[in-house]
Design a protein around this ligand. Sequence first.
Ligand SMILES: C[S@@+](CC[C@H](N)C(=O)[O-])C[C@H]1O[C@@H](n2cnc3c(N)ncnc32)[C@H](O)[C@@H]1O
Length: 425
Amino acid sequence: MTIYPLGLRLAGKRVLVVGGGAVGTRRVKGLIASDADVVVISPVASAEIADLALAGLLTWHRREFAAGDTAGAWLVHTATGVAAVDAAVTAECDAARILCVNAAEAEASSAWVPAVTRHDGLTVASFGGGDPRRSMALRDAIAALLESGDLSAAPSRQVVLAATPASQIIGAPQAPGTVALVGGGPGHIGLISARGLALLKAADVVVADRLGPTNLLDDLAPDALIINVGKLPDHHPVPQDEINRILVEQAQAGKRVVRLKGGDPYVLGRGGEELDFCVEHGVEVEVLPGITSAISVPAAAGIPVTHRGVATGFTVITGHEGVASVGGSRDHTVVILMGVSKLAESAAALASGERGLDCPVAIIEDGYGPNQRVSFGTLGSIASVAKEREVKSPAVIVVGDVVLRSHLAVGHFAAEIGFSNPLGN
Ligand SMILES: C[S@@+](CC[C@H](N)C(=O)[O-])C[C@H]1O[C@@H](n2cnc3c(N)ncnc32)[C@H](O)[C@@H]1O
């Protein structure tokens, strides 16, 4: 006989359990978890059932089953251990058209209980054709696959969006046919905004950079299209024009497009160009700010870009072509992005102004990443320090007295290279 599987929604509905032994106790716990109105009839019962009764989570009648006890129940489980009693309960249910699970006699039952596993909001129920060991073996195999990720049960993007609390979306869901330029922060997955993460999870298409929280891409819905346009230094696999074209093309195909960018889209990130191109082609764009590496990566090394009494402002520049002079002295911090290859020229230009050759400098490579490393020097020494330590991109270069705020600088390198710490610590 082929069974007809159902998911019962039992909240507030009377379910009778006859028998308070091990099987009855397991059933009772599952039923209480489903918010059923549970009644147990049994002269003796497990300590767990007694405790649940005391806690008011079920009603326990300490007596034998009697004719008429099934009245008012939507569902009955009988597991008394006495075949004749289970048969009497089953017969009464059948007469009253109440579904009945007879633990002793699968073939006599009008309903069977599956082996169940739950995973990430899913319920998987398996039936073993009346053989509980078979249904449990199948259940365990599926549970192991779900747990290991070999069986993907990622929720659909719509479900993710619907299930994400409004407090985490912080605004309306993204409309189809639009582009969101999402600032992903410096790379650590904890440093993207809550809205950015919600938009990313709900995106149909993600156009991603090399920097930023790229680990998040592994967890997107299996049907999300990921287009990697990541640029390597001195190597531009996907030109900016092509990136712009992809954004517009995907949006015009009705997709929710997320352009996931490292740091903040508007800080040396060409976000403005992407916005302009989309708008010129009639595509609506949301620009979502991100945590820029210019401020956060120095902070990862303990360096604040301003500090009362040390620096009152800062300038962020690209060092790609080499830095021209930046006004101000050591109390005006200079933060250089993309500055590793032209470091010697940039340091010389900055030293020629008020800062001088002994102005402190720090280079932070791979901020928040597994290879984060900080190198210290002065405008006079930093190029040879970087060469010796084989400093690589991505890196943020910080110039000014704020560098001395880093406990690393104060504790180690500063003493070696003879910094006089203006803070006296
Ligand atoms: C094209 S710019 C993009 C900057 C980005 N829009 C932002 O706000 O951070 C890339 C440069 O940012 C810096 N950068 C970004 N993430 C970094 C990280 N995790 N560690 C060190 N430098 C980083 C490096 O200077 C890199 O060359």
